[in-house]
Design a protein around this ligand. Sequence first.
Ligand code: XBP
Ligand code: MG
Length: 256
Amino acid sequence: MALAAFIFDVDGTLADTERDGHRVAFNQAFTEAGLDWHWDEGLYGGLLAVTGGKERMRYYLDRYRPDWVRPADLDGLIARLHAAKTRFYTSLLAQGGIPLRPGVVRLLGEARAAGIRLAIATTTTPENVTVLLEHALAPEAVAWFDVIAAGDVVPAKKPAPDIYQYALAKLGLAPEVCLAFEDSENGLRAARGAGLRTVVTVNDYTRDQDFADALLVLDQFGEPQQPFRVLGSRTRAPLSGAGVFDLSLAQALAGA
Ligand code: XBP
Ligand code: MG
C-alpha cells in the first residue's frame, strides 16, 4: 500500500528535548517561584512515566512530595508554573538550544519531495512545537505540516491513542496508509492504539523500554556517515545494508 503520511512525535523523536530542555525549564520555573523542587536527571527519567508537563508536576507531588503543603488553589499554581516553564523552554529553543536528531531534516525533506504528507502528534504544548520547528528546522517549517496535534487538544494524553486518532481524523486518512515515529513506550502504545505501524528511535531515557510492538526499533534515523543500528524488528522488509531510514525503507515497511 502506498504511504500517504508520516506522523511524528516531537519530544525525544524529532529532538532530544527532555533532559536539557524541558527538565531545565521546569527547574527554572520552580526556582523563579521560590519553590524547593528540583528535578535532577535521574529523577526526571522516572517522572517521564507521565506525559504532559502539568500532569507530570501533579505526579511529582503525589509520588515524591506527599508532605509538601498544597495551596488551596493547586490547579492555579500548576497552571502558572507551567506557563513559566513554557516561557523558559521556548526561549531556550529560540536561542537554537536544541538541535534536531540525526536524519530528521533529511527524512522530512525526502517526504516533502515525494508528496508524503507530514503531521505531528505530541503531548507537549503547541507553542513548543512551533518554536522548535521554526528555530531548529526552518522559519517556514510549520507550514510543512498538514496537522499539528498537540497538548490539551485531547484530554487523555499518551499512552491513550486519542492524539493519534485526532491527527488521523484531521488528515482524513486511515492508519494503514500512515507510519508513526516515536521514541517512548507511552508514545508507541498511543500510536499502536490508533492502529498505526510505528518506527521507534530510542534515546537515553527510553532505550530500555518495551518496544516489542514496534515495527522497527533504531538508535536513530541515520545519515550516510552515521548509520543507524537496528535494536529490534518485526518487519520482513530487508534491512541489511540500509543504515539510513529513508523513503524506500519506509515504503518497504509499509508494503511488508
Ligand atoms: C512529551 C511530554 C511532554 C513534555 C513537556 O511526551 O511528555 O509533556 O515532556 O511538555 P511525548 P509540556 O514525546 O510522548 O509527546 O510541559 O508542554 O507538557
Ligand atoms: Mg516522545
